[in-house]
Write a protein that binds this ligand. Structure first.
Ligand code: CTP
Ligand code: ZN
Length: 157
């Protein structure tokens, strides 16, 4: 695609998360555990035009290695997102994020009596994917179900 001007320049090495629904970029960074004080170079573009989505956000991260598993967590809040791996300015890999069958650690159980919410965390939270659209996750310990956008409320800080 011919672009007249880029709001944020191309990156040399790193990860570009594209096609994020407009307004969700900050939550994408949160789910990846990036707050800014770690020192990685991060660029964020919000509410730019997209042919597929109308408006979209883009996040570019330099210097941090992220596993496919970590990146797939993005699908919980941005199912349309694509991940582009950049090496020496070229896109060397591109894939659509996919909902994992099991999610360990990233989401807190809403049930205050769940074993995963006990002090000293005897058990790490674990959720099983029950439905994809809208997303439905079930706590592996107490069976509590989290649906759709509710997921955003229970992301671990
Ligand atoms: N990008 C970047 N730095 C690079 C190369 C690409 O920041 N060195 C960004 C582009 O700006 C774009 C995304 O990575 O947001 C994907 O790049 P590319 O595949 O070239 O763009 P499109 O063909 O438009 O992607 P798609 O088909 O996924 O919409
Ligand atoms: Zn639970």
């Amino acid at each position: 695609m011919v672009e007249k001007q880029l709001i944020v320049s191309k990156i040399k090495e790193g990860i570009v998360i594209d096609h994020i629904p407009a307004g969700k970029a900050l939550k994408v960074l949160k789910i990846l555990g990036i707050e800014g004080k770690e020192g990685y170079r991060v660029a964020m573009v919000m509410n730019v035009e997209s042919r597929k989505l109308g408006r979209k956000d883009i996040v570019k991260i330099e210097g941090k290695l992220l596993s496919r598993k970590e990146l797939d967590l993005i699908s919980l809040i941005a199912p349309t997102a694509t991940v582009n791996i950049i090496k020496n300015y070229e896109v060397v890999q591109k894939y659509k994020v996919m909902l994992p069958d099991k999610i360990k650690g990233a989401i807190k159980c809403p049930n205050p009596n769940c074993i995963t919410n006990r002090p000293r965390e005897i058990a790490q939270p674990e959720f099983i994917l029950r439905k994809k659209e809208p997303v439905e996750l079930e706590c592996a310990y107490c069976g509590t179900v989290i649906k759709g956008e509710e997921v955003e409320k229970y992301l671990k800080p």
